[in-house]
Design a protein around this ligand. Structure first.
Ligand code: NDP
Ligand code: OXD
Length: 314
């Protein structure tokens, strides 16, 4: 009943402490301290070093500390065990906060007022559209996209969303499939990407897609928000679209390469806003508790929840 905690890029100590607090009777190891690999029944991963989960003959499941699981599929030695991803109200609400924050910054032109403050300029003759004048398109209507879409609609935005299979959300215009994407893009002023990274979605935020967004909206040009994955976007196309006026602005939490390289033109582009892949962080407080609860439920005979479909890739 040993738990192997394999984490790359994050401090593992708060996670170890939290799992020990929640599951006091268990042995919890890291790849460095794992002795008897046959004793490991549970693996918990965030960007684990490739191969760290190999040779675990009694593995019951792999838990992802994040909602996204693309970090797992990159490992050619990933064991063929069920994969459980993070679904939790804490994670969901954090993401919706990020989406609302940045949608409102664009609606209320806060970047311009920041600049005016910096220059000590008192000027208020900017066009002020209402939220209802702004058409938002949410790519991905899963746990995170559906919540963000609903909250955007509550504030008054005119919200649509797009998914792979048909969705039905009260007050949201729902589209799906290739034709649905075209239809939604044509009525979108503010595009919010909350898709998983899969072979089907990689690179889809590109120049061809930006050119299909509504050019004539009340924000003065289409705006991109991406907190899904950096692999969804083609950063050279974002810069080109910003410079040619196809996009008015972009707010990005995720990048093709993370941390974003120092020489990326995105850092200093005047119409780009950057956050360091923390739109919705996984906290030991919330996410370890959700995993510990699943382990205990499974051991009482209940099925695992929030399973990933390996064929779909999410
Ligand atoms: P879900 O699996 O719940 O939802 C995914 C949504 O994307 C579904 O609506 C799904 O459609 C849709 N989708 C998937 N593939 C396609 C496709 N090819 N075409 C159209 N729609 C598609 O995921 P979550 O909402 O929980 O999370 C989404 C992503 O957010 C994560 O995978 C992760 O990459 C990212 N994330 C980023 C964080 C950050 O801090 N930046 C934090 C947490 C997550 P359908 O409904 O038909 O299945
Ligand atoms: C996630 C993330 O997938 O934080 O949860 O990116």
């Amino acid at each position: 009943m040993t738990i192997l905690l394999a984490v790359g890029g994050w401090d593992v100590e708060p996670w170890l402490a939290r799992f020990r607090e929640l599951l006091p009777g268990r042995t919890i190891v890291t790849p460095e301290t794992a002795g008897d690999r046959a004793a490991v029944t549970w693996a918990v991963s965030w960007r684990h070093p490739h191969g760290a989960l190999a040779d675990l003959p009694n593995l019951a499941a792999i838990f992802s500390l994040g909602a996204g699981v693309d970090h797992l599929f990159g490992d050619p030695l990933l064991p063929d065990a069920p994969i459980v991803r993070a679904i939790d109200p804490d994670l969901r609400d954090r993401m919706s906060e990020w989406v609302l924050l940045h949608a409102l910054i664009h609606l209320r032109q806060q970047r311009m007022y920041d600049w005016q403050q910096d220059q000590a300029i008192w000027e208020d003759d900017a066009d002020q559209p209402a939220a209802a004048d702004v058409r938002v398109g949410v790519l991905g209507l899963g746990v995170l996209g559906a919540d963000a879409a609903r909250k955007l609609a509550t504030i008054g935005f005119d919200v649509a969303g797009w998914s792979r299979t048909p969705s039905d959300l009260d007050g949201i215009a729902c589209f799906h499939g290739a034709d649905g994407l075209d239809e939604m893009l044509a009525r979108t002023d503010l595009l919010v990407a909350l898709l998983p990274l899969t072979p089907a979605t990689r690179g889809m935020l590109n120049g061809g897609l930006f050119a299909r967004l509504a050019p004539d909206g009340r924000l003065g040009g289409p705006i991109l928000l991406n907190a899904g994955r950096g692999g969804l976007q083609v950063e050279a196309d974002i810069v080109e679209a910003l410079d040619s006026g196809v996009l008015k602005a972009a707010t990005l939490d995720v990048f093709e390469v993370e941390p974003l390289p120092q020489d990326s033109p995105l850092w200093r582009h005047p119409r780009v806003t950057i956050s360091p892949h923390n739109a919705a962080i996984s906290t030991p407080q919330a996410i370890a508790a959700a995993i510990a609860a699943q382990i205990e439920a499974f051991e009482r005979g209940e099925p695992l929840r929030n399973l990933v479909d390996r064929a779909r890739g999410y």
